[in-house]
Design a protein around this ligand. Structure first.
Ligand code: SAM
Length: 281
């Protein structure tokens, strides 16, 4: 028998889906529940189910709920050593293509997209690159599009940049104004921010590199499998996938779809084989 709390959570996620079209029904319930419980406490409510009438009748309550359900934590060059591995293993291969398509899936507020833009700029490849940065959170996408970040992010960003193998100084890539810094136009104009839902929207085409970091950890097993296939379909033959540092991708069907690049913890190469045909049928 499911606990009352789980039943309430499922009903709430169903209400969100029916009323607003956001489908969180295949996210891991453990994580969802702890985020829902903290909202219950903060809003001084009796239970998770008390939020159902509120969200059904008040869009502003839903917007607040959405903001708290989606984890938007990110950084420039987050897990910098994995960017270093990407720089050493993938960038030289990307340099052999006449044009380069990159997709940042679940980009949050865009720091990841700017990080990869900087790596490509330092390799002399930015001018022939198009970066697509997508998320389901409109507010996060608006921040990414503006390219404006609070000054208190600068220290960690500059440190991460150097640890990732940055070749000059992070300060070369932004201008400060009042209490914020804005990424250079040269980087901003290479990134297209748009809304895309990994649960319900289609694959991108002909991507040379896909970043999908710290996103699948929120999905249940079935949804993860669907998303792995979506990412696989989005890549060109021999394309690369960059996952999060703490995502352990050593289970099927992931291992049949992608092969870990030896020198790294989270850079994978698309596999083409009969095994995949078997899985996608
Ligand atoms: C923890 S952040 C990761 C940000 C960045 N990739 C990183 O590793 O720093 C997770 C992001 O996934 C996004 N997300 C969650 N579900 C999604 C979905 N179904 N489709 C697209 N993005 C989603 C969230 O809005 C959030 O911005």
């Amino acid at each position: 028998m499911e606990s009352l709390e789980i039943i309430e959570s499922r009903l709430l996620l169903e209400a969100i889906y029916k009323c607003y079209g956001y489908d969180f029904r295949s996210y891991t319930l453990d994580g969802m529940q702890s985020r829902l419980q903290s909202i219950v406490k903060r809003e001084n409510l009796q239970s998770i189910s008390c939020m159902i009438p509120l969200l059904l009748h008040d869009q502003s309550f839903f917007n607040k709920l959405l903001k708290n359900l989606l984890v938007t934590v990110t950084d420039f060059f987050r897990a910098p050593l994995s960017y270093k591995a990407l720089k050493q293993t993938v960038i030289p291969v990307l340099s052999t293509y006449p044009y380069i398509n990159v997709w940042c899936a679940g980009c949050a507020t865009g720091e990841e997209a700017y990080s990869i833009a900087i790596l490509l700029k330092e390799a002399g490849l930015l001018k022939r690159t198009q970066i697509y940065a997508t998320d389901i959170n409109d507010k996060s996408l608006a921040v990414g599009k503006s390219g404006i970040y609070p000054l208190n992010k600068l220290d960690i960003s500059s440190q991460n940049y150097l640890l990732a193998g940055g070749e000059t100084d992070f300060s070369k890539y932004y201008m400060t104004k009042y209490n914020a810094f804005m990424m250079n136009k040269e980087l901003r104009e290479r990134i297209l921010f748009s809304k895309h839902n990994l649960v319900s929207d289609g694959a991108f085409a002909e991507m040379h590199l896909v970043l999908c970091r710290n996103v699948c950890i929120y999905f249940n097993d079935k949804l993860q499998v669907d998303v792995f296939h979506l990412l696989h379909r989005s890549l060109i033959r021999n394309g690369y996938l960059f996952m999060g540092m703490n995502e352990r991708m050593d289970y099927e069907p992931f291992t049949s779809l992608f092969k870990l690049i030896a020198e790294s913890d989270c850079v994978y190469k698309k596999q083409e084989s009969d095994v995949i045909k078997m899985y996608s049928n």
